[in-house]
Write a protein that binds this ligand. Structure first.
Ligand SMILES: Nc1ncnc2c1ncn2[C@@H]1O[C@H](COP(=O)(O)OP(=O)(O)O)[C@@H](O)[C@H]1O
Ligand SMILES: [Mg+2]
Length: 257
């Protein structure tokens, strides 16, 4: 697997220059005989939008499960804000400031939009007034201000996606990990979501790790991109570098040499 060795260096290049917030060292996750993630090392730097792409089954969601403490790696190590979090659980890691969304909706569908957001504020904010204020601010940012009393499950799909992001923001992340947040969004909704991600980075100062299969969106918004294939790092670099990488083109087109 010389490809992952040679590309490892290019993950140190790119435009973002912030300090390292999250570092993965030789992550591996097996499910029985299947290796979902193998020898995967990367760094996420403060202020960047880092893309994580790869074909279906490449190990992207598993990587999210590992870094957010939803499941332990089989081997390898994880560092977040200079602390070794390899064996920490999901609650610990989210309270420390790494928040992830889920590829499939995980809303409390009977509950109102407002309550879905408020529940996510309760760890950080102690008073009802503070929680309400935070909820209104986040609902405004995510375009949900006119739907506060609507049951989450009754929202149109695009707004359910926005609510997932609102819930994540309510927990006041330092690092926000988004798992395919654009799935099912229409054209205008996609550009609105990308504007929101830019705003989350620039105005809220939140660093973003983005898993997404919408290539145009990834190329437009990410500073750097990591490409996974069969659980291994295939390439890393700027959108331009990655999109011209022959290994990446092959993996996506399904060609075999
Ligand atoms: N909990 C699990 N148990 C068994 N196999 C899993 C589990 N989660 C993921 N996998 C397998 O690991 C591989 C990577 O899956 P996943 O990380 O979901 O890929 P991606 O998000 O890139 O599409 C797939 O082959 C998938 O079937
Ligand atoms: Mg996935």
């Amino acid at each position: 697997m010389t490809s992952s060795e040679t590309t490892m260096h290019s993950s140190d290049t790119g435009t973002a220059a912030g300090k390292v917030l999250l570092k993965a060292e030789r992550l591996e996750r097996k499910f029985g005989g299947l290796t979902a993630v193998a020898d995967f090392s990367f760094e996420l730097r403060e202020g960047e939008i880092l893309g994580l792409i790869g074909p279906n089954g490449a190990g992207k969601s598993t990587t999210f499960n590992l870094i957010s403490g939803f499941m332990p790696p089989t081997s390898g190590q994880l560092f977040f804000l200079d602390e070794n979090i390899t064996s920490k659980n999901a609650t610990y890691i989210s309270r420390k400031g790494l928040i992830r969304t889920f590829q499939h909706e995980s809303l409390l569908s009977e509950m109102s939009v407002a309550d879905n957001i408020i529940i996510a504020t309760t760890h950080r904010l102690k008073t009802t007034a503070a929680r309400q204020e935070k909820m209104r601010k986040i609902a405004g940012l995510t375009g949900l201000e006119n739907y506060l009393d609507v049951p989450a499950g009754s929202l149109p799909h695009g707004l359910q996606r926005m609510l997932s992001i609102a819930i994540a923001l309510a927990a006041e992340p330092k690092v926000l990990c988004l798992d395919e947040p654009l799935t099912g969004l229409q054209g205008v909704e996609v550009s609105a979501a990308l504007d929101l991600f830019e705003m989350i980075r620039s105005k809220l100062g939140i660093t973003i790790l983005l898993v997404e299969h919408n290539m145009r969106a990834v190329m437009r918004i990410c500073d750097r991109i990591l490409v996974l294939n069969h659980g291994r790092l295939l390439a890393a670099g700027t959108p331009e570098e990655v999109s011209q990488n022959e290994l990446v083109i092959e993996a996506y087109l399904g060609h075999k040499k």
